[in-house]
Design a protein around this ligand. Structure first.
Ligand SMILES: Cc1ncc(COP(=O)(O)O)c(C=O)c1O
Length: 173
């Protein structure tokens, strides 16, 4: 796997002394304290941390996910088969490529499209499944949205997966 993005960024930036007041554009850790109820529940359930949780999460948790999707977006999702409990979205973005990417598309190497700039797990997932990552420009000319119309037909016919992020990180489109 390639070197992780944040150490690479640090080695590029650390070579330069800041010329003014520092603007932190680093890993994006939360700047605010967790809500008090979160710390309280973690403390109350600390004894359970010694056990592996069920892979798929508890039925109550999955039901809370699907209830929220219904309230927020008005959609019905089956808590038994259509949601997973994950330790962060990165895990799901990676697993999705493993679950969904075929070995070949029309006898050729599959393509995974990702916006550029992009979140690095898309490229790591593509490398892991042996797909060709194709970085789709998301520049000012297209309102910072990925310019799929710029892609040649050869790429589009081999495309197996498209990663999109709304709103996009880092450009917010
Ligand atoms: C666009 C994007 N996707 C996914 C992630 C991963 O987030 P998580 O902490 O939920 O794994 C990040 C984290 O910064 C992100 O910026």
């Amino acid at each position: 796997l390639p070197e992780y993005a944040f150490p690479r960024l640090r080695s590029l930036l650390d070579a330069h002394a800041p010329g003014g007041e520092v603007v932190h554009m680093t890993i994006g850790e939360p700047r605010h304290a967790s809500p008090a109820f979160v710390s309280r529940i973690i403390a109350e359930t600390a004894d359970d941390f010694g056990r592996y949780p069920p892979n798929e999460g508890t039925p109550e948790l999955r039901g809370a996910f699907t209830d929220w999707l219904n309230r927020r977006y008005g959609i019905d999702v089956d808590p038994e088969t259509q949601v997973m409990a994950l330790n962060g979205t990165r895990e799901g973005l990676f697993n999705a490529a493993i679950a969904l990417c075929p070995e070949k598309v029309r006898g050729q190497t599959p393509v995974i499209l990702m916006p550029n700039p992009f979140y690095q797990v898309y490229a790591v997932a593509a490398a892991t499944v042996g797909a060709e990552p194709v970085f789709v420009p998301a520049t000012a000319e297209t309102g910072f949205l990925p310019d799929y119309a710029s892609l040649p037909a050869d790429i589009l016919t081999r495309t197996a997966i498209v990663y999109i992020c709304s709103p996009a990180n880092p450009q917010g489109a």
